[in-house]
Structures are given as C-alpha cells and as structure tokens.
Design a protein around this ligand. Structure first.
Ligand SMILES: Nc1ncnc2c1ncn2[C@@H]1O[C@H](COP(=O)(O)OP(=O)(O)OP(=O)(O)O)[C@@H](O)[C@H]1O
Ligand SMILES: [Mg+2]
Length: 314
C-alpha cells in the first residue's frame, strides 16, 4: 500500500488494570513528514509508541503502519525504533552491535558494515567503534541507539525522546540529520520530545497528549492559524507594572513575561487589547521599546491545551 498515511490510529486505547494510559487516540501521520508527539510526564507517549511498534498490545482500537496492522511482521519491517531507555549489549562493540542489528533486519553483511562505520562516524561515535558500550555516557548510549534505529534505512523512524540526554551541539546535529532524512530520503519521522522550541524548528505536524487523551493533532501551519488569537508582543521599561495594570482590566486573557523580557499578551478582542496596552504603558509611565503582533508558537498552543503548570522544556 503506497497511499494513505504512514501511521494511522483509530480509537487506540491502553488500560493497565483500571487505569487508562492511552484513551481513544485518533491520529494520522503523513508519509515523508516529521511529526512531533508531546505531552507532560506520564501523558501516555511511550505507551502509545510501544503499541505502534508492536511491543505492547492495545486494549481496544486499531492502528496501522503503512497500511499494515500494528504488531504484524509487515508493519514492523517498515520501522526503526529508538526507545526512551536504550538497552544495549554492554559487551558487544558498537560496530558489532550495529552490524548485528542490521543483519537481523536483513541487510547484507558488507552493506551492514559500511553503514555501521558511516553512522558511527556521523553520530560522533567513531572512536567507540571497537569498544563495548558498558562505559558509555547517557548521550553516547542514546546516539548508538539512534544509529541502531537507522541502520536498515527504514521508511519510518519512531524515536522516543531521542535527544533527551544530548548536549546542545549533539541535539542540533541530530535534528539536522532528521530533517535531511525526511526531506532527501522521504523518511517519515515520529518523535516524542519535551523540548518544544526545538521541535518547532523541524516538525510538519504535531500531536499533543494529556492524561492519555489527544488534545490537539494536525499540521503545524494549520494549528497556528487555528490558534492565532489576538496576540501582542511588548517590551517596555516597566514590564511588570504594565502587565499588572492590564491584568486589572477586562480585556486581557493571558499575559506573561518571557526569558528575553518580552511581554506576551493574549485577548479575544485585539483592537481593544491594543488600546488598553497604550493606556497601560502611559499609566505606568513606561517607555515603549517594542510592540508587534505575536506569532502563535507551539509553546503557546501547548500552554493553552495542556496548561502552564505542566509545561516543560522551555
Ligand atoms: N506497564 C505499566 N503498568 C502500569 N502503568 C503503566 C505501565 N506503563 C506505563 N504506565 C502508566 O501509564 C502512564 C503513561 O506512561 P507513559 O510512559 O506512556 O508516559 P509518557 O508520556 O511517556 O511520560 P514521560 O514524558 O515521562 O516519558 C503513566 O501514568 C504510567 O505510570
Ligand atoms: Mg515516555
């Protein structure tokens, strides 16, 4: 089956005893796209991923990978998976491990060796090729785990927080790699992450999950449009005082100051908000350094749909 989404779920549900970890999840991921999967700790991301890769049986509902039912041999043959907590063979060298994993997936020995060296090199693990993974750092384990997911060049990569333990340079390199895999090879990438601003740079579409329920799913551009309320970005000589005055008024729905000292303001009525901003700046006796319309970001959508208290990764 060539048409249709790469991942499709319909009412996918997982219960552990009386507890519902994933609740009636509907989701579609188009081929060749990068799809982000986000939500707070315990939201149900890893549980969903384990069902998709065929590692955990769904309690109810259905899902398909490339048109094949999850858990089937055909569905598993399409994907590479990097788990949240990689388990490696500590005594096996990185090179042998990758060749072994490639052979399990049917890659001829010579090609497996070539790919293993290329991957170790590009993931900055070249010097570990001949060493067992026992003393790897967390980030190095994660890199080897990613290499293992990629070694058979699958059509679909399912990555559970692939950069959680990596340094900033390593994370950027991995993100670049994922983008080129999607754009140049047409690989579909489904990745969970808590680092929203980073995800925002690379994803085409996104699913947000909270308490097992999908709260938002779709193309990022479409979601931005859908969520683009009347938002303003402001910087003044007295941000807190201006914000305080606006909070006392009727118009402001949400307002916060970010790490760069910009005030983000959201209201139903943008015109009224702009008038109130001007009045508040004047009442506070503040100088206005900057005012512009604010673009809806993934963190904005997350804040709205999942909530501030549970926000992470910013
Ligand atoms: N085998 C299990 N038995 C019982 N409960 C489980 C099991 N696996 C997961 N859970 C529960 O299901 C919920 C979802 O867990 P899951 O690992 O899917 O969360 P997550 O979204 O991946 O979180 P994190 O961001 O921390 O990785 C949690 O409340 C967890 O305690
Ligand atoms: Mg998880």
């Amino acid at each position: 089956m060539v048409d249709g989404p790469m991942i499709n779920t319909l009412g996918l549900t997982k219960k552990f005893g009386g507890f519902t970890a994933v609740d009636d999840a509907d989701m579609a991921v188009e081929r060749g796209t990068i799809h982000g999967f986000v939500g707070p700790n315990g939201a149900g991301k890893t549980t969903t991923i384990k069902m998709l890769i065929g590692g955990l049986r769904a309690t109810s509902g259905e899902a398909w990978i490339g048109g094949h039912p999850i858990g089937s041999h055909a569905s598993r043959a399409l994907l590479g998976y990097a788990p949240e907590h990689p388990s490696l063979y500590d005594d096996m060298t990185a090179f042998d491990f990758l060749v072994f994993m490639a052979r399990v997936c049917g890659v001829p020995r010579k090609l497996a060796g070539e790919r293993a060296y290329a991957l170790l090199d590009s993931l900055d693990l070249g010097e570990f090729a001949d060493r067992g993974s026992k003393n790897y750092s967390a980030g190095q384990r994660q890199r080897l785990c990613l290499a293992q997911a990629m070694i058979h060049e699958p059509e679909l990569l399912i990555l559970d927080e692939p950069t959680a333990n990596m340094d900033p340079t390593g994370r950027l390199a991995i993100m670049d790699r994922l983008v080129s895999l999607a754009r140049e090879q047409g690989t579909t990438i489904f990745l969970s992450s808590h680092i929203l601003p980073e995800l925002e740079q690379i994803v085409d579409s996104i699913t947000m999950i909270n308490h097992g329920k999908i709260v938002v799913s779709g193309g990022v551009d479409h979601l931005r449009e859908q969520f683009s309320e009347n938002q303003y970005l402001l910087r003044t000589s007295a941000n807190e005082a201006v914000l305080e005055i606006l909070r006392r008024g009727e118009t402001l729905e949400e307002g916060w100051v970010d790490a760069d000292d910009f005030v983000h303001l959201v209201a139903e009525d943008g015109d009224a908000l702009r008038r109130e901003i001007m009045r508040a700046v004047s009442d506070a006796g503040a100088d206005l350094d900057h005012i512009s319309e604010d673009r809806t970001s993934l963190p904005d959508i997350y804040r709205k749909m999942v909530g501030m208290d549970e926000e992470e990764g910013e």
